[in-house]
Design a protein around this ligand. Structure first.
Ligand SMILES: [Zn+2]
Length: 225
């Protein structure tokens, strides 16, 4: 540890994103207590089906301490969580993906939402995951239509209709022939990820795997874009 890193850690100690306790070992992603108690998903439980994708993988269930942490990240704008969340998701890739992806990309926010929040939570996670996996991260999609909050829609069919046509390929994006890792913070019904995967497939992507920090059950979860 050099002097600057040491001073920075004294001034801005690194906290566990799930319980906000200061980490004794700043290189850890979560504290020992959360490491024991978080709702980790293993094996098939970490996998979810998403239309147009070859599976969706998540290290955590969206319950217990996880929803609060995700809300702090997105709505209290604790930007620093992007890195631990992305690195936790990256561990899941090593455990579950049958092949190595070529590029990491993400579900983008609308321009309006990006202005409000100041950062794109899925992009920060995708970039951290890319670094950990030694893969390039690149924007591929844009959200061309502002959609109402998916969490206001109970029904999976309504959610799918709500996002239909909301995402298109970014001009200049080249997904053709590539195996892509598509990152978002949380998967609920999978309709948003499915719609993004559809746009990437139309652009010629070879395979798409989705990756999120957490997996929520299909309906009624408190989740807003
Ligand atoms: Zn903790």
């Amino acid at each position: 540890m050099n002097l600057w890193t040491g001073a920075k850690e004294l001034l801005f100690p690194i906290k566990c994103p799930f319980c906000q306790k200061i980490l004794d070992r700043p290189e850890d992603l979560v504290c020992p207590d959360c490491q024991n108690k978080l709702p980790w998903l293993a094996g098939k439980a970490a996998e979810r089906k998403v239309d147009f994708a070859d599976g969706c993988f998540s290290p955590l269930a969206y319950r217990d301490r996880v929803p609060e942490a995700v809300r702090r990240y997105k709505f209290a704008r604790v930007k620093a969580y992007g890195r631990p969340f992305g690195l936790l998701a990256a561990q899941c890739v090593r455990d579950h993906l049958p092949q190595r992806p070529d590029v990491v990309t993400w579900v983008p926010l609308s321009r309006r939402r990006l202005r409000e929040r100041g950062f794109d939570q899925a992009e920060l996670m995708a970039r951290a995951a890319g670094e950990a996996l030694d893969l390039p991260a690149a924007p591929m999609l844009e959200k061309v239509r502002h959609t109402g909050a998916q969490s206001d829609l109970e029904d999976e069919r309504e959610r799918r209709a709500n996002v239909r046509g909301a995402y298109t390929l970014l001009p200049g994006a080249e997904p053709a022939g590539k195996r892509l890792l598509l990152v978002d913070d949380v998967v609920t019904t999978g309709s948003t990820l499915g719609e993004c995967a559809r746009a990437l497939l139309l652009g010629g992507a070879d395979r798409i795997w989705c990756l999120t920090l957490a997996q929520a059950r299909g309906t009624g979860e408190d989740r807003k874009n």
